[in-house]
Design a binder for this molecule. Structure first.
Ligand SMILES: Nc1ncnc2c1ncn2[C@@H]1O[C@H](COP(=O)(O)OP(=O)(O)OP(=O)(O)O)[C@@H](O)[C@H]1O
Length: 320
């Protein structure tokens, strides 16, 4: 897929000298859903605001569809829709008018058919004549998306689209995002919710302290970083791991009723056959075997934790 947003060595120091972005390089591919994960204050909003031309970069460049966001900002900005974190709508305005106004802001010709398409896509068509104040929180969020889509952008940024919404609304939002992707819109979303990235993203970027620690295909990331655990449940609890079984990969559960074996799914040998033979040879009797794959959450916690500890950068495709 061709690159649609090209971010090169982007730096942002706020007044007072605080560096919120420390040289971020990232190529966003046309048609993908990229989730940017990061703890509070990591620089996600700063990154989005800088790409969208709301915040001026201190150094580095961003192009959108080949247009520089500083020197050719009008053309770059016309390709971008931004759904901000906070709901900031005019309460007495009608839905259709607020969306129409957004389109006008970009100098696009009035086109009620285009607005109808957007409102229908977001299940807002039957609310088009409602005042914003009469809408539920979920609908207001959808109005924000409709406004961001009113000028037919190719790239949509969603800053924390589901912060504070319930599970059902979150799933609605995921469906909307999937529908937009099917329409060919490139989507970049920031989120604190790891399950959100796991559910909808094609690629995942992890940001911490103004640096992009990695960006990688979700499936590859999970395969590369994911470890598996085998829980060997015993018929009789034990107090300690027998000497013959001692290994770094093996721990005893707190209640002594299970041995927990960590192994790498990419390794040629997992060591499971030998482990089970050794367990039997040590006179332990198996009650059951359970395997568990580490989730994206485990991977994320490991990454951000490692970064805090040692400032190590992690390998992966397209690392800044
Ligand atoms: N206008 C500003 N002036 C000074 N510092 C700022 C400004 N905006 C953001 N910052 C600082 O830059 C850092 C990154 O903030 P940013 O909002 O980009 O993070 P974030 O990853 O979006 O966080 P969150 O998930 O909490 O929204 C934070 O330390 C923040 O305090």
């Amino acid at each position: 897929m061709p690159t649609i947003v090209d971010i090169k060595n982007l730096r942002k120091a706020y007044d007072g000298g605080f560096e919120a972005l420390k040289g971020v390089t990232l190529e966003i591919r046309e048609g993908e859903i990229l989730a940017l994960l990061g703890p509070n204050g990591a620089g996600k909003t700063t990154l989005i605001s800088t790409v969208c031309g709301i915040t001026m970069p201190t150094d580095g460049t961003v192009t959108v569809g080949g247009h520089d966001t500083v020197t050719d900002y009008r053309a770059a900005r016309a390709m971008i829709g931004l759904v901000p974190q906070e709901i900031n709508l005019e309460p007495f305005e009608k839905v259709i008018n607020t969306v129409r106004f957004s389109r006008g802001l970009f100098g696009r010709k009035p086109d009620d058919a285009a607005l109808e398409k957007v409102l229908r896509q977001l299940s807002l068509w039957d609310k088009k004549d409602s005042q914003i104040r009469a809408l539920s929180g979920g609908m207001k969020r959808r109005v924000l998306i409709a406004k961001a889509l009113a000028h037919d952008p190719r790239v949509l940024f969603l800053d924390e689209p589901t912060a504070g919404v319930d599970v059902e609304l979150r799933k609605d939002m995921w469906e909307i995002v999937a529908g937009l992707k099917a329409d060919g819109v490139t989507i970049i979303l920031t989120t604190h919710y790891i399950e959100e990235a796991e559910a909808i993203a094609d690629r995942i970027g992890v940001i911490a302290k103004g640096e992009l620690l990695l960006v990688e295909d979700k499936a590859k990331l999970m395969a590369r970083m994911g470890k598996k655990q085998l829980e060997v449940q015993l018929t009789q609890p034990i107090e300690a791991i027998p000497a013959a079984l001692q290994s770094d990969a093996l721990t005893l559960s707190k209640d002594g009723s299970a041995l927990i074996y960590s192994y790498d799914t990419r390794g040629e040998r997992t060591g499971i056959t030998k482990l089970l033979a050794d367990v039997a040879a040590a006179g332990l009797v198996l009650a059951d075997l359970v395997t568990r794959q580490s989730s994206l959450e485990d991977i994320f916690v490991d990454l951000v934790h490692d970064d805090n500890k040692s400032d190590t950068k992690l390998g992966g495709e397209g690392v800044a």
